[in-house]
Ligand binder design. Structure first.
Ligand code: AMP
Length: 218
């Protein structure tokens, strides 16, 4: 069960990806989380990408492809995974097809949301520092409802950076969605629905693809 999630920043990829991964006992692999972790730990990769993350740009394809290649070879990813935040460009998608050769083509789930909701969603977003779950909207609790952890803001969840992240999405990732759209394992789901309805649509879309033989894309 190899699942790729695409959608605008703030479309719910992290939240839905984490819940889907928990429901099905597979890892959620978020390239954004991996890069933020590298920055926080001050690794060589972290030092290289820090300013790009701060600016809301995209890190170079070859760099992120290497990171994902290494992660997908780990034992826990062999039976399946949910990828959140990768691929984000056409060269990354082509590279992913290569990385998955012999392992089954990915089911591509496009979380479609109206662009006018994402800014409010992201600007109000708090992330649990223990489990990574996002909480959006007017804050109703001081602690994470899933695990009781404290909340932090993402450093790049500020209005100017969000605008640049949306531009990066429109220029690089939106064409990728069109490239995937013709494939037999592409499904668009309405990300404007309540969380539980999105989760149900997400499960249904993935199982529908798998039932239809999970054919390779190209
Ligand atoms: P995310 O958590 O997915 O919103 O990613 C946070 C930031 O990490 C992005 O704004 C990019 O700077 C960087 N990033 C994450 N994934 C990728 C990727 N696949 N390609 C290039 N940059 C990425």
């Amino acid at each position: 069960m190899n699942v790729v999630l695409v959608g605008l920043p703030g479309s719910g990829k992290g939240t839905q990806g984490a819940q889907f991964a928990r429901r099905h006992g597979i890892p959620k692999i978020s390239t954004g989380d991996m890069l933020r972790d590298a920055v926080a730990r001050g690794t060589a990769l972290g030092r290289e990408v820090a300013s790009t993350l701060d600016a809301g740009g995209l890190v170079p394809d070859d760099m992120i492809i290497r990171v994902v290649d290494a992660r997908l070879q780990q034992a826990d990813a062999m039976a399946g995974f949910v990828l959140d935040g990768f691929p984000r460009t056409l060269p990354q998608a082509v590279a992913l097809d290569g990385l998955l050769e012999g392992r089954g083509a990915p089911v591509v789930i496009y979380l479609e949301v109206s662009p006018d909701v994402i800014l409010d969603r992201i600007l109000s977003r708090r992330i649990c520092e223990s489990c990574g779950q996002a909480d959006t909207g007017a804050p109703t609790t001081e602690y994470c409802a899933s695990c009781g952890g404290g909340f932090v803001k993402r450093a790049d969840d500020h209005v100017d950076v969000v605008r640049r992240r949306v531009v990066a999405y429109v220029e690089n990732t939106a064409p990728l969605v069109e490239w995937y759209r013709d494939g037999p394992t592409f499904r668009a789901i309405d990300g404007n629905q309540p969380l539980t309805d999105v989760a149900r649509a997400f499960d249904a879309a993935v199982f529908d693809c798998m039932k239809s033989g999970h054919p390779p894309f190209r």
